[in-house]
Ligand binder design. Structure first.
Ligand code: SF4
Ligand code: SF4
Length: 394
């Protein structure tokens, strides 16, 4: 199975104060960024996916050697903004080789288009909510965003209630920060009697780039505050789940994203009687599960370039990579006809070797950490971007 992370735009209809990729939407930045390195000569107007790239992608999905999971990812842009998003989604969904699909969305548009989407292969849908009341969510994400996401959740719930299907995996991403930590405990309460068994994904805020870096002062939250907020959240979740189960509804679950293994163990140690069935332990990203190393993931950017993962779209990462390995052509969707052309390209082979080397974490505490095999920490993040939290420096 190959996971395709498909980015069809860097545009977004929100400009959240904690967005860490907002710089990708700044025309000056894009001009600078895409005038450099492998992108020399590209024009900022090409930031929106071209229709012909979809035709190339559809043809790539005919590669009978592999099955595919296609993730419309919003790591760096909102897919539903694209005018013909529904057609693109439906064309991909009808491909025999595509076994499942995921949509990550800010929920701003979804309620308007969901009834036109072919949901047969939808496995997972991920929304963002950053406060359990309009005031706090909209302070962070922008006016109207709370009501829009609730409308989108209700729209999808209606469809799945009608189908009597509770196997859909719906995740709510909540990026924890100083402004919304007090509100997190209410998350299970506001959704308590929904039929869908939501998974609440509590994300550690990343303050090194974009709007988040600019607003660091008001967003920064201590690890003790994080632990406290999650403790109160868990107490409510456990209580609501008892109620849900007594009514025959599946329990809510939660997971933690962006936290290191040391942080996760510290957070869950602080919880009272944690029930394993309420917690999704996501700590399994190591050399075997890293998409660059295991050849099971590709990342397509809005320019049609295919990278081993999102990290390689960062200029700093690319430059460090090219210091070590010679500059080679990045596979482009218009120039390849099968998946193996990508996975066994020189660029991808070098990237695998490089990331494998970075997994030794030379000079970082991770090299001697007993949790390294189960930690989610990204070797590129630690080695090149210096993303190692204080809890792990000690
Ligand atoms: S390099 Fe990092 S972000 Fe990329 S797939 Fe591996 S662990 Fe994930
Ligand atoms: S020291 Fe490194 S490997 Fe250990 S928990 Fe922290 S980030 Fe993960």
């Amino acid at each position: 199975m190959i996971n395709i992370d498909l980015h069809i735009t860097y545009r977004c209809n929100l400009n959240c104060i904690h967005c860490s990729v907002s710089d990708l939407r700044n025309e000056d930045f894009i001009k600078l960024h895409y005038g450099a390195g492998i992108f020399r000569g590209k024009k900022p107007k090409e930031v929106i996916y071209k229709e012909e790239y979809i035709l190339y992608l559809l043809s790539l999905l005919n590669d009978g050697k592999y099955k595919f999971r296609v993730n419309f990812s919003s790591n760096a842009g909102e897919s539903t903004l694209i005018k013909n998003f529904v057609d693109i989604w439906n064309f991909i969904s009808r491909k025999e080789t595509v076994k499942s699909m995921t949509l990550t969305t800010n929920g701003r548009n979804l309620y308007k288009i969901i009834k036109h989407m072919d949901l047969t292969k939808l496995q997972n849908i991920i929304f963002s909510l950053d406060g359990c009341e309009e005031k706090i969510n909209d302070t962070i994400r922008g006016p109207g965003s709370f009501n829009a996401v609730i409308r989108s959740i209700k729209a999808i719930q209606k469809i799945f209630d009608y189908q009597k299907n509770d196997n859909i995996f719906i995740q709510i991403n909540y990026t924890l920060n100083k402004l919304n930590a007090f509100s997190l405990p209410f998350l299970p309460i506001i959704l308590k009697y929904t039929h869908i068994p939501f998974t609440f994904n509590i994300i550690k805020i990343y303050l090194l780039e974009g709007n988040a870096a600019k607003n660091k002062k008001i967003l920064n939250i201590s690890f003790d505050e994080i632990k406290n907020s999650i403790k109160k959240f868990y107490n409510n979740l456990a209580e609501i789940n008892v109620l849900r189960e007594s009514k025959g509804l599946k329990p809510f679950k939660f997971r933690l994203e962006g936290f290191t293994a040391k942080e996760i163990f510290s957070i869950i140690n602080n919880l009272h009687h944690l029930k394993c069935k309420y917690f999704l332990l996501g700590i399994s990203r190591n050399q075997g599960t890293c998409g660059v190393v295991n050849k099971k993931r590709i990342f397509i950017d809005p320019y049609g370039y295919i990278f081993p993962c999102l990290q390689f779209t960062h200029e700093k990462v690319l430059n460090s990579f090219y210091e070590k390995y010679k500059r080679t052509e990045v596979p482009h969707i218009s120039k390849i006809s099968k998946i193996d052309d990508v996975i066994y390209s020189e660029f991808f082979r070098n990237a695998r070797m490089w990331v494998n080397e970075l997994y030794s974490f030379n000079g970082f505490p991770c090299a001697k950490c007993k949790f390294v095999k189960v930690c989610t920490i990204c070797p590129v993040g630690v080695n090149i971007r210096g993303e190692i939290p204080n809890e792990c420096r000690m």
